[in-house]
Design a protein around this ligand. Structure first.
Ligand code: DC
Length: 229
């Protein structure tokens, strides 16, 4: 049986992290943790409470009073803030376009990083985000950095949106992705950056199965390498 290792999957917006992380977790019978959903949940709660999205102190207070939970569900994991289900509500363009500001606040990063470390403590986990390999789980046995071109990511988001009945033009999506990349990579704390020991996987010309296969291969090689040490 596969050891209960930690697998960190980082990369920019819409590189396919959550889709492949979910499948990889399923195949290995590991837990899947979507850390982006946690930042989105805080953004949702802050907007609802009329908190200024760069008010670090107020956000810190807010975080003391909210519990973000994941509950297994089909077809997708469900997300709760205290007793309120926010699975869908955290995916709206309003949240997507405001989450970078909230996730740049130190009190938010500190509280969520701590919570993520607790969730991952026992291993057997696939965690995706921006700073998992660098900050949250620096000792993860497997670190993947997923990338894809801006155009390819915008096309993927466009298709996803169409299925949900959201009609944002492709050019707007490209612009939003570029902006989010910039903000996520240039913030002061835990910016999006590849960990030195992360393996780069470019998904531009790979389909989902191809990416999953590549990651499972990396996991296998890595586990073998550590057994031989
Ligand atoms: O993966 P996503 O698009 O759902 O993430 C939403 C935002 O949350 C993203 O713009 C940056 C932020 N984020 C972060 O700062 N650190 C993480 N580990 C995960 C997400």
């Amino acid at each position: 049986m596969m050891d209960k290792i930690q697998i960190a999957i980082d990369g920019p917006a819409s590189a396919g992290k959550s889709t492949v992380a979910k499948i990889v977790a399923n195949k290995l019978h590991f837990i899947y943790c979507d850390t982006g959903a946690m930042y989105r949940a805080v953004t949702y709660a802050a907007i609802k409470k009329n908190i200024k999205l760069d008010d670090d102190q107020a956000l810190g207070e807010l975080l003391k009073n909210i519990d973000i939970k994941f509950v297994p569900g089909k077809p997708e994991q469900r997300v709760f803030i205290n007793e309120e289900e926010v699975t869908r509500a955290i995916r709206t363009p309003e949240i997507t376009n405001n989450v970078s500001l909230v996730s740049a606040q130190p009190s938010v990063r500190k509280a969520l990083t701590q919570r993520q470390q607790e969730i991952a403590a026992e291993g057997g986990i696939v965690m995706d985000g921006r700073d998992i390999g660098t900050t949250v789980l620096p000792n993860a046995q497997v670190k993947i950095f997923l990338v894809a071109s801006v155009h390819e990511r915008a096309v993927r988001r466009f298709k996803e949106n169409q299925e949900k009945g959201i009609d944002t033009p492709l050019a707007t999506l490209e612009k939003e992705i570029e902006e989010r990349d910039y903000k996520d990579s240039h913030r002061e704390i835990s910016p999006l950056v590849k960990a030195d020991d992360a393996i780069l996987v470019d998904t531009t010309s790979l389909d989902i199965d191809g990416v999953v296969e590549r990651i499972l291969e990396i996991v296998k090689q890595n586990t073998k390498a550590s057994e031989n040490q």
